[in-house]
Design a protein around this ligand. Structure first.
Ligand SMILES: [Cu+2]
Length: 507
């Protein structure tokens, strides 16, 4: 645990106090890392499993195994607890209207479970219930009925067992979940070749994935599909659809050298029009669907940049600026690249609808600097640590609500809400910064605020919202929401028999 530089808790403790140090190497990216070491690995994507006849029935077996994982010294066999003996897990590829059935088998030594991040499905067992805990040696049959009108886009799945989530996801328990819907039928998007970029933070120690709670950012590299700086081949004039997924707990700012990224969806929610961006900010847990169209031959770097230009409070949970992948483009210049789609899908804009209720949530934290005691780190919503036996917020089905999150801490927190997507309608109270699309994960600025609107349609049940810096989630920054049938009224706030008390869950 010690002797390998700063531990995460030391880093957390120091990151707020230091304006320099390991997190701030230059203003853009780190040229030392750009040089690379050895031959760049070939492009890798985990195996796809695709639905047939409206059903995807598959197995996710959790077990420790030896899987290839990238390091700066090359791709090496590494001990890790993963799904189906692959890092990342298999890509699940379904259509709106499908039924997803997962035979979930826990052969790992600790409890775990499964969350389908971004999927608009019931939060009740056997669907997306993250309060379930699957014991070692046990199995569970998850079943998700995906609605016919589910948005098409890029989602992901991962472990969500409270207080173990950070370690399990960092350790490899995640994968991509693709839903194909209306967006995928638009001319210019339909049939495009696709590539996935699952970004993860990684440190390998003695042939084994490091423990998340003792790994420091300065000892980690950012991988793409489990590879370190892999090379992707493209040809001039080709259009590819890239599915970018930030599975890590760090904030990424991503650019492709010399090329705009044409964004078509955020968190699996289509934009009204394709938007070209030179730089996209991908919060922990968030995803972007982008179109890329190189016109000239050459090698171009996909880079993760510094956040330094945003100010001193954007230093926490930011990786070392680095090259993420090399894009090798070959071929003659095309006569004309295929036109990109412009109009995508209309937005049901929540800025102009009646709001049934407004709520405010206050984010605070306690980080005992220098003590090194992990248990002392606490992250609060409205002064409370997560309590799995208490429903903090009750909402009638059918309601439209506006929620404001006030961040009273020095660092950004990525808000994620299960089941229902939301629209950002203000940042720091500024309504001109509203967004024209939905998302399921959003950055709450340090010492600032995020205001969202969302509708609670289709599903009653109990689910969570939380910070997607998983260390923060595991240490309290999460709470229960219940959507109830207004004809029946809200249920009791105190849930009998829920033993997942924050103070009694150490494993
Ligand atoms: Cu947080």
């Amino acid at each position: 645990m010690s002797g390998r530089g700063l531990s995460r808790r030391e880093l957390l403790a120091r990151s707020g106090a230091f304006a320099g140090g390991a997190l701030l190497l230059g203003s853009g990216w780190n040229p030392a890392r750009a040089l690379g070491q050895g031959a760049a690995p070939e492009w890798f994507e985990p195996p796809h499993v695709t639905s047939v006849g409206g059903v995807l029935s598959t197995q996710l077996r959790v077990a420790e195994g030896s899987v290839p994982i990238g390091t700066a010294a090359g791709t090496l066999p590494t001990r890790a607890v993963v799904y189906e003996n692959t890092y990342p897990g298999p890509t699940l590829d379904i259509h709106a209207g499908d039924t997803l059935k997962v035979d979930f088998i826990n052969r790992a030594p600790k409890q775990t479970n499964l969350h389908t991040h971004g999927l608009h499905v019931s939060p009740k067992k056997p669907s997306d219930d993250v309060l379930l805990m699957i014991d070692p040696g046990h199995s569970f049959h998850y079943r998700y009925d995906v609605p016919d009108d589910h948005p098409g886009g890029t989602l992901w799945y991962h472990a969500h067992r409270h207080m173990l989530t950070d370690n399990q996801v960092f350790g490899g328990m995640f994968g991509l979940l693709i839903v194909r819907g209306e967006l995928d039928r638009i001319e210019g998007i339909a049939g495009l070749p696709e590539r996935q970029f699952q970004f993860s933070q990684m440190e390998v120690v003695d042939g084994q994935v490091a423990d998340a709670s003792s790994s420091s950012l300065s000892d980690q590299v950012t991988l793409v599909n489990g590879r370190y700086q892999p090379t992707l081949q493209m040809t001039t004039g080709q259009t590819q659809r890239w599915r970018l997924s930030n599975t890590s707990s760090v904030f990424l700012r991503v650019e492709l050298q010399g090329h705009p990224l044409h964004v078509i969806a955020v968190d699996g929610n289509a934009l009204p029009q394709t938007e070209a961006h030179d730089l996209i900010e991908i919060a922990p847990g968030s995803r972007f669907d982008v179109l890329v169209q190189p016109e000239a031959a050459g090698t171009f770097e996909l880079r993760s940049l510094s956040w330094k230009s945003l100010g001193v409070f954007y230093e926490s949970m930011v990786p070392v600026p680095q090259v993420l992948a090399q894009i090798s483009v070959t071929g003659d210049p095309p006569t004309a690249p295929a036109p990109l789609p412009t109009t995508l899908l209309p937005l049901h804009d929540l800025r102009h609808v009646h709001v049934d209720r407004r709520r405010t949530f206050r984010l605070e934290e306690r980080e005992p600097r220098g003590t090194g005691d992990e248990a002392g780190f606490e992250y609060f919503i409205n002064g409370r640590l997560f309590d799995a036996s208490y429903i903090n917020t009750q909402v009638p089905l059918g309601a439209t609500e506006e929620w404001e999150f006030r961040n009273l801490t020095y660092e950004p927190h990525p808000l994620h809400i299960h089941v229902n997507p939301f629209q950002v309608v203000a940042i720091n109270g500024d309504r001109s910064r509203a967004e024209n699309h939905y998302r399921d994960t959003a950055l709450i600025p340090p010492f600032g605020s995020l205001t969202i609107r969302h509708r609670f349609l289709d599903y009653t049940g109990i689910f969570v919202m939380h910070c997607h810096i998983l260390f923060h989630e595991d240490h309290g920054m999460m709470e229960l929401i219940e959507v109830y049938d207004p004809k029946k009224g809200p249920g009791p706030r105190r849930l009998p028999g829920m033993a997942m008390d924050h103070d009694h869950m150490g494993m």
